[in-house]
Design a protein. Sequence first.
Length: 299
Amino acid sequence: MTELKNAEPVEGDRLVRALALDATVRVVGVCSTGVAQRLATMHEASPLGAVALSRVATGALLMGALMKGREQIGLQVKGNGPLGGLYAVADAHGVVRVSIDNAQAEVPLRRDGRVDLPAGVGFGRMMVTKTLGLKEPYTGVTPIVSGEIADDLTTYFLESEQQPTALALAERLDASGIIVAGGWLIQALPGADDAALSRLEARIAQAPPLSRSLAQGATPEAIIGDLFGGDPVDILETYPVRVHCPCERERFEGVLVSLGPAELIDMAETQPSTELVCHFCNTRYFFSGDELRALAADA
């Protein structure tokens, strides 16, 4: 999985940060097709698992765009559905990784033939953790209200941050898997005009489905522009998004050493090799008996 977890961004995968309505509205748009496809491959996901990974990763990327410098966002979705828990980590530079309990989970399709994500997620809680440099991490917990992820994030922003937010996440699948994925996020800033916000809400309600726009090749800039009609949008920054997992063999050696010499010797003598798996990228690390004995000696 090394070629996937550290690969260069897929062409077209990018995030756009912008301001609109005289800098009184914050806007983020992202195309995350390659991210969604790579996560599905890493986790050998079913269509249901692929959609769940896509939604959580895209949501985390949108939230990461609200961070600064080395700050990170952790997004955990823990429901009682067959998917189990999902956990995404994203930063302010478009880098994301996601773990999932049961990527191969399946549920019956909806009547319209679409993946039934709420049935896969179930009910439980959503937890957002912000790592803010030298400050204490901030954690907000809200209930899962729908399992569609976008609705749940909207609830989080309103209840935990008192920040009214409009947010959309979408993807489209065919027989091969996810073919497009993306999302957008809009937040009103202090000084926003109520009448202008009402017009924006009306345009959002009348906008075509995001999955259709993505499938037709719309870029994040075009999607954002359509939402604001003829109102000017000031693009602040554009950068690529990608999957990256920082796991390495040395980190897992440290995990083994923490078990203590006695446990390592016992493992070396009772099994031909020991396998450790990174939950974010599914990379497998094998340690022979001799390697375990050497770690025990170092410990």
